[in-house]
Design a protein around this ligand. Structure first.
Ligand code: ADQ
Length: 739
């Protein structure tokens, strides 16, 4: 109420000032016009009186004045005639008694100049105009015309009256309108928001009310929403912790990781560098959309950053990234950490990312018999981009003492050494997400020395499996000078030691919060299929993921066990990736063509064996497929880990789905209860599909429960904690000599 009164008070004062101001100006204008009219009329009358008056006064006539007055004087116009000494010769009777007030004007006229002004004569406003009378070139007297000017005051009063009425009406309207607007746009939305926050406090997940004016309440709603989400997260974490305590288990959770970082690192920010950014911005018409990329690295690291906070440096690769900014808080609306984008020009991106990293190192490290391409220009870009990222990181870390840096993947093999040289106090870990090949395979790389030296600049080099660690140490031993300490699993070069450790990466123990996705019946209905079994595959379209081989195995399954036709459908969610590289374009074509052939060979009315969705999917879209699938196929020809396998498992916490998993994915070491297959062996994979659909429910349950415990106990929080704990144990302060 007080707000309303204050608002109304301010509006009234403003209205009053403006209305009075304008009325005053209007009044001045009208007065000017009325006075001009009086002036003109008085001058005309004076001109008319002057000639006969001059004749009478000049000749010294004693009579004749009465006639003159009778001719020119009227009810609203009086006349007075003076001699050369200012003596009154004749005057209209009604003003005669008060002519003293015009004597100064008469004197002025006797000096030869006409005089005019407003005077109060007999208590009335009167316009006085006095002209000199001249006879035979000498001043003989003066004639005064007095016009009644009372209408000026009358007009003034009526204007003020009008203004007062106008003010009153305006005031009433303003009060009414303001009252209604405040009620609709402020009081009611605030009441709705208050009701909403009350509901949130009880722990319910309620959507914010529609805000009447988004520009007014949008930011507030956003803040409250983000606060609610933080509260919800904290509540879930606390419940989780409590459950774990009850179960007496020592599982790593987001909260536990947060506490760990707080205690060990005194809440210092963590710096992460990766090529892929956790969120990119794309333009869609005039709007900008945030996209979470299909990337195992992002899937794994985002929960860690949410838990620990810090700065994530990555390539700003989205079409609208530059419009959104080089530094943003993520998640948008509820920022927990900072994304710092590094811009690359087309030549840099093409040489470093598409060229050296993905046409060189990627096939070099995956044994899929794809020939790596090594080009000197690509290498030049790779070195320059590593330096660019190193510079950005050094800038970001400038004010942080002993910063912790987690370098991600094969895009930044040179960066650990670059950073460590400039900041010997930094603790640097490099995590290699993809496999490390054997020495024979690696030595075809023309820049093998530089790559190894760059990597060994880190204090800790992590791989997905022990096998990859062994391959790496063997490669180091046979390629560069330095002592490989097999007992400690470390490489000692001068004063610096790089420790090498297997740290199998994982996912968060929950795959997003359970949303309101479609149920199984709805999912199948959308496919237009009435089937008993749903199989699912979720992959980037990459030749390491074995997609064409997978579809051929599915075809074999239906050929060998035709009784399953119309009873099983396999849905593949495939996200196109690196599609500027010709090999990936060819793969896209090959994959689509294989699906087409399988469907052409087997499809029947109302059923086709493979449903292929080739586009990027949000996690919320993928989740229902994981949840309702009877089996999930991960048939990579070679894979560092493969997080799709683990995502499927954590989504199936209450389920009994079967995981068919390639033996050549790092995940096969962790998920021993999956049906392990050789993806090159079509019959083996077809047999696994058959086993999946015929397996007893109890066995499916048992297997899935064991895999769920494995992933929950070895979540990405544990991965991060182990990585950070190992890093914390490293001795510090050693500067790297230049090679
Ligand atoms: P990737 O090969 O990118 O990463 P992978 O482990 O296969 O990663 O995970 C792929 C991620 O992309 C998953 O989170 C999945 O949900 C998502 N994804 C797949 N298809 C998608 C689609 N159609 N739409 C949207 N999202 C999709 C590298 C290594 C892996 C290693 C990870 C993490 O190659 O071996 O497991 O890093 O270390």
């Amino acid at each position: 109420m007080r707000f309303l009164l204050r608002l109304l008070g301010a509006m009234w004062i403003a209205t009053l000032a403006v209305t009075i101001g304008f009325a005053w100006l209007e009044l001045q204008e009208e007065r000017r016009e009325l006075v001009a009219d009086l002036e003109r009329r008085a001058a005309l009358a004076a001109d008319a009186v002057r000639e006969p008056a001059e004749r009478l006064v000049g000749r010294g006539a004693r009579t004749g004045y009465e006639r003159l007055l009778a001719r020119f004087a009227r009810a609203d116009r009086a006349i007075a005639i003076y001699d050369d000494l200012g003596g009154l010769l004749a005057a209209s009777a009604d003003v005669r008694a008060d002519l003293g007030v015009i004597s100064p004007l008469v004197s002025e006229a006797l000096r030869g100049t006409a005089a005019r002004t407003m005077r109060v004569v007999l208590g009335r406003a009167t316009w006085v105009h006095v002209v000199p009378l001249v006879w035979e070139d000498r001043s003989v007297g003066a004639a005064a015309v007095l016009l009644d000017a009372r209408h000026l005051e009358t007009r003034e009063w009526s204007l003020w009256r009008r203004t007062a009425v106008r003010l009153g009406v305006l005031g009433l309207l303003l009060t009414g309108i303001t009252f209604l607007v405040v009620r609709w746009s402020v009081t009611q939305p605030i009441a709705r928001m208050a009701a909403w926050t009350r509901q949130i406090k009880t722990g319910k997940e309620v959507a914010p009310p529609p805000t009447a004016d988004a520009s007014l309440f949008g930011p507030l709603a956003q803040e409250v929403d983000s606060l609610a989400r933080s509260l919800a997260r904290a509540r879930i974490a606390a419940e989780h912790e409590a459950r774990l305590r009850l179960a007496g288990e020592s599982v790593w959770t987001e909260e536990r990781l947060k506490q760990f970082v707080r205690v060990r690192f005194d809440d210092r920010p963590i710096f992460v560098v990766s090529n892929r950014e956790p969120v990119s911005h794309m333009r869609e018409g005039r709007a900008v959309r945030s996209v979470r990329p299909a990337s195992g690295l992002v899937t794994a690291l985002e929960p860690v950053m949410l838990a620990c906070g810090g700065v994530w440096v990555a390539h700003g690769s989205g079409g609208a990234d530059r419009d959104v900014g080089a530094r943003i808080g993520l998640p948008e609306g509820d920022p927990q950490y900072t994304l710092r984008r590094v811009w690359l020009d087309a030549a840099e991106e093409s040489g470093y990312y598409y060229g050296f990293a993905n046409e060189g190192l990627w096939p070099l490290c995956h044994i899929v018999h794809e020939r790596p391409q090594f080009r000197a220009e690509d290498w030049g870009h790779y070195c320059a981009v590593n330096e660019k990222f190193a510079r950005t990181l050094l800038e970001e870390m400038e004010s942080t003492p002993a910063p912790i840096l987690l370098v991600q993947d094969y895009h930044f093999a040179l960066l650990p050494q670059m950073v460590k040289r400039a900041r010997p106090d930094a603790r640097v870990a490099l995590f290699w997400h993809i496999p490390w090949p054997n020495f024979e395979a690696f030595r075809i790389c023309p820049w093998q020395h530089e790559i190894l030296l760059g990597m060994l600049g880190a204090d800790l080099v992590g791989f997905q499996t022990q096998f990859h660690c062994n391959n790496f140490l063997e490669t180091v031993e046979r390629t560069i000078e330095g002592r490989v300490d097999w007992d400690r699993f470390a490489v000692v070069r001068g004063d610096h030691t790089a420790h090498v450790l297997p740290l199998p990466i994982s996912v968060a123990p929950e795959f997003d919060a359970p949303g309101n996705g479609p149920d199984r019946t709805r999912l199948l209905a959308d496919l237009g299929a009435e089937v008993e079994f749903l199989g699912i595959g979720v992959d980037r379209v990459d030749y390491t993921k074995g997609l064409p081989e997978r579809f051929r195995a599915i075809r074999r399954f239906f050929e060998r066990w035709p009784e399953y036709r119309r009873r099983v459908v396999f849905v593949q969610l495939a996200s196109p990736s690196r599609s500027r590289i010709p090999r990936y374009q060819a793969l896209l074509h090959e994959t689509e063509e294989t699906v087409r052939q399988v469907n052409e060979a087997l499809a029947e009315r109302g059923w086709k064996p493979v449903v292929y969705h080739q586009r990027h999917h949000e996690h919320a879209e993928i989740q229902p497929w994981y949840l309702h699938a009877d089996f999930c196929m991960v048939t990579s020809l070679h894979d560092g880990m493969n997080l799709v396998a683990k995502e499927f498992v954590v989504t199936q916490q209450q389920g009994d789905g079967v995981l068919i998993l390639s033996r050549f994915a790092g995940a096969a070491n962790d998920l021993r209860d999956a049906l392990l297959v050789n993806p090159y062996d079509i019959d083996d994979v077809a047999g696994a599909v058959h086993r999946a659909v015929t397996m007893e429910r109890d066995e499916r349950r048992r297997r899935m429960r064991r895999m769920v415990s494995q992933v929950q106990e070895h979540s990405v929080y544990r991965w991060a904690a182990m990585l950070l704990a190992e890093l914390d144990r490293m001795p510090l302060g050693v500067s790297l000599a230049r090679e």
